[in-house]
Design a protein around this ligand. Structure first.
Ligand code: ZN
Ligand code: ZN
Length: 363
């Protein structure tokens, strides 16, 4: 079967022939891959900054944002059945008995770092025609989400962040939160899906971003009842003045210089959530006294969030359904283009435009 793979040692990205997998245990399912989303992580892997092949293989099949259709089930599979649409999770537990996170099924909080990830770290990914996986890593998706369910995985970043936010907010000993302001940094798929999730959660949302497709992003943010402020024409100070007290910053920009400037504008009891992974650049100047003083005097929380548990995927599937009821056109417009697997390298090129490009492996 066809697959898209990187050969890190040779620094090559290729469409390859890979042996079609078969069911190996009664709890596994076999799927035909429909859609695979392309993101910044894939571009890092295909520019050889990141990504590790499985042991004994000189290549790694990429792709971690997927939608598949079940074609075969092991005898002990109970939830999925042939024909079902499913989204697979990405991270698999580390082998260590001492890792209470992985042993509790919460490898998103793995302590050892020896977890594996499909399409990223020591496990082949989903940019291929067929995949086999344990049923427990599969999440069934309603058929009406067929065209957009490839967005479930990037939405899980917001879902895990919101779950942690709710835990943090339990420190505030009163009922209800009243009116709350959220600022989303970045208007890529993670930022825009995060903005939608925050709207559903009752926040007023401002998206602050630098973007080549300003008008398109502006329209999407307006459609969900948020405001878009362009970083090209508005400084961070101007943005913060327009928003007022910021209760939450959801960072999805991966640029630490912007992020640390915005931390200065976080309001009382505010929470700042980092989700971006910046590339290593030269050190920058940050006014640490000012930030530390403000974090203390305002009871602020700064937290990082990565990966999502299975219930984060289920919440993302529910929320995506809600988004589609409220803002179908805005959700559809997050997917810029679909490419056949033979042209998978196109959206992986540096500077490939669009919001979310998708490899349509099969129809
Ligand atoms: Zn991704
Ligand atoms: Zn672990």
């Amino acid at each position: 079967m066809k697959a898209v793979a990187v050969f890190p040692a040779r620094r090559e990205l290729q469409l390859i022939e890979h042996q079609e997998p078969g069911i190996q245990s009664p709890t596994q399912i076999k799927m035909r891959v429909l859609d695979v989303g392309v993101c910044g992580t894939d571009r890092e892997i295909t520019s050889f900054q990141y990504g590790t092949p499985p042991e004994g293989s000189d290549y790694l099949i990429i792709g971690h944002e997927s939608l598949s259709q079940v074609i075969e089930c092991g005898e002990k599979v109970t939830r999925a059945k042939p024909g079902d649409l499913v989204v697979l999770t990405v991270r698999r537990p580390c082998p260590h008995d001492s890792c209470i996170a992985c042993r509790s099924g919460r490898q998103d909080y793995c302590y050892t770092g020896d977890f594996t990830e499909r399409g990223i770290k020591q496990r082949h990914g989903y940019m291929t025609e067929f995949v086999v996986e344990e049923e427990s890593y599969a999440n069934v998706v309603p058929r009406e989400l067929r065209e957009v369910a490839v967005l479930v995985e990037p939405l899980t970043i917001a879902e895990k962040s919101l779950e942690q936010l709710r835990t943090v907010e339990q420190r505030l000993p009163w009922d209800g939160q009243g009116h709350r302001n959220a600022v989303v940094l970045g208007a890529g798929p993670v930022g825009l899906l995060g903005a939608m999730a925050l709207r559903i959660a009752g926040f007023d949302v401002t998206v602050y971003s630098r973007s080549s497709k300003q008008e398109e992003k502006d329209d999407i943010v307006a459609a969900i009842g948020g405001q878009y402020i362009a970083a090209e024409t508005h400084s961070i100070d101007e943005m913060a003045n327009a928003v007022g007290a910021i209760d939450l910053v959801y960072e999805a920009i991966g640029a630490s210089s912007v992020a640390f400037e915005v931390i200065k504008h976080l309001g009382p009891n505010g929470v700042f959530i980092f989700t971006g992974v910046p590339g290593r650049k030269a050190p920058i100047e940050v006014d640490t006294d000012y930030i530390m003083r403000d974090v203390v005097l305002n009871n602020q929380v700064i937290l990082g969030s990565v990966n999502a548990p299975p219930h984060g995927f289920q919440q993302a599937i529910r929320d995506l359904g809600t988004f589609m009821q409220k803002w179908p056109a805005a959700v559809h417009s997050l997917i810029t283009a679909r490419f056949p697997i033979d042209q998978a390298t196109k959206p992986l090129e540096p500077g490939a435009g669009g919001i979310k490009n998708v490899i349509a492996v099969s129809a």
